[in-house]
Design a protein around this ligand. Structure first.
Ligand code: AGP
Length: 608
């Protein structure tokens, strides 16, 4: 995920910024750059790849100055390249900008600015901000930033410097974090406090809508043109805690990030005004969809579970027959795919060997391919005909959490887009589902508040050696995913089953030693799940049920309840998976397991 560092004071800013960027390396990036002002001239150095490339560039072509901004870029708009690396400049080269987030309306702004004579040098959404500020600049950079941001929609953490005003950095925040650290006659900014801990520990976390003028000895913050005060906090974390934003493990941090990453993933693809889904990045037309024979979804592990969930979406919403296959099986199967098939590959890393091999096979067969990946520029994202990125930022915990809900978010958008193009969804249903999509981050936040309750339940069960997860229909893949999470990080033997399949064998496993986790939220199979719970209880199993508030029946039968907010059944997998992620996490930590790097597992499986 992108990182920002900035400095104003009397030190060599390039050095301070470089050191800060190094501390953000763990977030993942594909290029980096620094701009400083010296003698009213902006000097910029940018390099593709690791920070050491930027270092060599700086060693060969040193820059220095007491004010500067820097950035590590995790590509979203435009490939990783020097032209697309930040900082970005306006036409005059006097205004430079670094940015984290996504400018949703950059296409229309860019069109307008080009028609007014602005010349663009990159493919990024960020560059429009530099030109927009230039448009409004009349010897007052703070005023120009304020005016520019009135036109911008989306998420941003921004830092701006101007050659003609070398005594200030302007920063702004909306839906992307930004922190200011106060020194003595110097101030620092960063997207993440870990970049600044070696320099200062008194920090101000900016709030949404804040625009701030930072000089070496003053900080003035404005919100909606009114000057505001923000509290200063002392950060006591060590460097490792800071990387994890104070969480004990990356996995826990990533579970908590999900409200944001889901929003970031649908941002710019879902318009609030007209309930329109815009997937500009792909070329899957109405004509192709009208002739489509079948969708195949190919993936491994957690990504496969996202695919299994999507089968319900494509079939119910868009009436397209859908098959889901494990990549390592698909490779050696006699499949029937042709130019009328759409083959979707889901991969967080974009490097999974089996998924990549399956993609190559599908391409050879002449079918249309679409990849859903989290890592920009990864092999799968480069080789597929179409790519939709999840905007989750780097996932560091080996057990996938936020990438999974990001994948589901993209799949919801895709299914709704196909349904709209094929006219298989009524306007009322579409409006309802789009509204629920918008509300998902709030619902996820509600769900995250259950962590304390789940931790208590985990305490009761963490010494068990086996577990069964049950669910039906669209939540069946979530039973598989919940069991996979528990297996991966706690080393407890856990299996997910379709609850209706129990009586065909697995029920023989059930006695009073077997805990059973059941997904039992409101759905068309609610009554059926209730019967399956009765069957398990009759054999002595202890039941933990994920239910909705004001549940009347299952709450009485279950030994332990985890309450999650009610959503349309289509979105219930995305909500219901969160308590299962927490449960696996707490059980594993109570067993003393290495949650972020479980034994025998790798984050990216690049061998067959
Ligand atoms: C998930 O928790 C796993 N670590 C694993 O199953 C993973 O989902 C699988 O290896 C696929 O990885 P990918 O999404 O990067 O292709």
């Amino acid at each position: 995920m992108c990182g920002i560092v900035g400095y104003i004071g009397s030190k060599n800013s390039a050095e301070v910024i470089y050191n800060g960027l190094e501390k953000l390396e763990y977030r993942g990036y594909d290029s980096a750059g620094i701009a400083v002002i010296s003698d009213n001239i902006i000097q910029t150095r940018r390099s593709v790849g690791k920070l050491k490339n930027l270092k060599s560039n700086l060693d060969l072509n040193p820059i220095s100055g007491n004010i500067g901004i820097g950035h590590t870029r995790w590509a979203t708009h435009g490939k990783p390249s020097e032209e697309n690396a930040h900082p970005h400049t306006d036409c005059s080269g006097k205004i430079v900008v670094v940015h984290n987030g996504i400018i949703e309306n950059y296409v229309s702004i860019k069109k307008q600015l080009i028609s007014e004579g602005h010349k663009f040098k990159s493919e990024t959404d960020t560059e429009v901000v530099a030109h927009l500020i230039e448009k409004y600049y009349k010897n007052d950079i703070l005023k120009a930033v304020k005016s520019a941001l009135k036109e911008v929609r989306g998420a941003y953490a921004l830092a701006v410097i101007c050659a003609d005003e070398p005594d200030k950095v302007i920063v702004a925040r909306y839906d992307a974090p930004l922190v200011i650290a106060k020194g003595k006659n110097e101030n620092f900014i960063a997207s993440d406090v870990s970049a600044l801990l070696n320099y200062a520990r008194d920090v101000i976390f900016l709030e949404n809508g804040d625009i701030c003028e930072i000089k070496k000895d003053t900080i003035n913050i404005f919100n909606q043109d009114v000057e505001v005060k923000r509290e200063t906090q002392k950060i006591l974390w060590d460097a490792i805690q800071a990387e994890k934003c104070g969480y004990k493990h990356f996995m826990l941090k990533e579970i908590y990030e999900q409200a944001q990453t889901i929003q970031d993933t649908f941002r710019g693809r879902l318009s609030s005004e007209k309930n329109v889904i815009t997937l500009d990045d792909i070329n899957i037309t109405e004509e192709f969809l009208k002739e489509i024979s079948r969708i195949y979804i190919i993936a491994c592990g957690t990504s496969y579970h996202a695919g299994l969930t999507a089968k319900f979406l494509f079939e119910s919403l868009a009436s397209i027959p859908t098959e889901v296959d494990i990549a390592s099986e698909f490779r050696y199967r006699d499949y029937v795919i042709d130019s009328k098939s759409l083959v979707i590959f889901i991969s967080q890393s974009g490097e999974t060997a089996d998924t990549l091999a399956a993609l190559r096979i599908a391409k050879q067969k002449g079918s249309k391919t679409l990849a859903i990946c989290n890592v920009v520029g990864s092999s799968i994202s480069r080789e597929a005909d179409n790519i939709l990125y999840t905007h989750c930022g780097p996932e560091i915990g080996v057990a996938s959490t936020k990438a999974f809900t990001g994948q589901l978010t993209v799949l919801y958008l895709l299914a709704l887009d196909f349904a709209t193009k094929l006219n298989t969804i009524s306007k009322e249903k579409l409006d309802l589902l789009v509204k629920e999509l918008w509300d998902l981050p709030v619902k996820v936040t509600e769900c995250l508040k259950q962590s304390g309750r789940i931790e208590k339940i985990a305490k009761e069960f963490h010494l068990k050696n086996q577990f069964i997860y049950l669910a039906r229909n669209i939540n069946y893949p979530i039973a598989l995913e919940g069991a996979l999470k528990l297996k991966e990080i706690s080393y407890i033997y856990a299996e997910g089953y379709a609850a209706g399949e129990m009586k065909h064998g697995p029920i023989a496993l059930i006695d009073e030693t077997m805990p059973v986790m059941v997904i039992a939220t409101k759905s068309k199979v609610y009554e059926k799940v209730l019967s399956n719970i009765e069957e398990a209880k009759a054999r002595g199993a202890k039941i933990i049920a994920v239910i909705n508030a004001n549940d009347k029946e299952i709450s009485k039968k279950a030994d332990y309840q985890i309450v999650v907010p009610e959503v349309d059944e289509f979105f219930s997998p995305l909500i219901n998976v969160i308590p299962l992620q927490f449960f696996a996490y707490y059980v594993a930590t109570m067993r003393g397991c290495d949650v972020d790097q479980p034994r025998n597992l790798a984050k990216s499986v690049t061998v067959e």
